[in-house]
Design a protein. Sequence first.
Length: 428
Amino acid sequence: MKLLTRSTYYYFVFSILVLFFAGVGLYYTIRSIVYRQIDESLITEKTIIQDQIEETDTIPDFSASFGHQIEVQLLPYRLRYSQSIRDTDIFDSGTEKFLAFRHIRFTGSTPKYTGYVINIYQLNNESSSLLDSIGLGMFFLLVALFLILIALNYLISRNIWKPFYKTLSEARSFDVLDNNRLDLPDTNIDEFRQMNDVLEEMTRKIKKDYVHLKEYNENLSHEIQTPLAVIRSKLDILIQNRKLNKESINLIKSINEASIRLFRLNQALLLMSRIENLQFAETRKISLRELVEKILMNYEEIMQLKKIKVETEFADKAMVNMNEDLADVMISNLLGNAIRHNIDGGFIRCRLDDRSLTITNSGLPLKAHPEKLFNRFQKGSDHPDGIGLGLSIVKNIADHYRMGISFSSSGTVHEIKLDYGDDAFRLI
């Protein structure tokens, strides 16, 4: 959920609560004012009737004076003074309905020790209609006010957050290979200005570190390759010396194999570093069928020596958009592993469809969990030629192009699946 949406949501919820309680409070405040006026009118009428009863000790006719329903009763005994005001419903036989009245009841005694009871009823129809109209008007007013506040809050918040979304867009499009600086918007909001300063400093440091790391990797690779080449050339010369005994020759062979392994390890780590540093930006449409067939042809002699049977099932128009060198490295590693770790008389099945490439091969049982084989320097067998980086390189390339890759194993049958069917790399 976007920050603007979430803030609007919270404002929406709390506005409803505030306006609801404010509306209820305002309604009951107006209601209490209306009822207070009615009660004051009833009390005034009661006081006039009380004064005249206590002065004359008789019941005068007040119906024409006040227009309310008045009941006065004299009693031959004294009553203590008491007064109560409440709402009551009285059944009207004419309309056959209950009508709402405001009722005041008062009891007291005259100086001649005669008790009396005064009941005054005032019809609440007009007051109820007034309160209903006020309540309905308040409801629509509060709803309109609520909608206006929500709209204003959304528009104001969206305008305030514009620099943030512009900065976010710039940060999303940041490319470490691009020499241009981030085009961050000017803003008078301190927090956004501080964020822009941090982003500018961070991207500057990232580019600086990237350049240093790139130079370091290139220099390291070059410096390692030179002595390795010297060592291998000297070993070739040394192994041709006929004066060496068998033990010396075996030692030289071991050294030569170690130097070859170190050379391959250096090349693999350099390739992974270049992939992670986004140095393979050029892309084109690659025919996976042609690429797989070419690599299988390169491994044909090895497969004949190991008597490996190859079965293929290819889609004619299977193509992806990626760097040609990385595509060659990825497919070569996948097929190379399937051949290198196969058994004599084994099989390889390659299936290529419109979404994935699946390679199934026979081999020795794994000694590690299949998912761990994508980690660096992780081996599934004790093969002497393996350096444990083949599948890690494949995983890096797949992640670079947002492809899915998985490895499964069941006894002596192993399967690796490359899924390139995402929208960003859909086959054509």
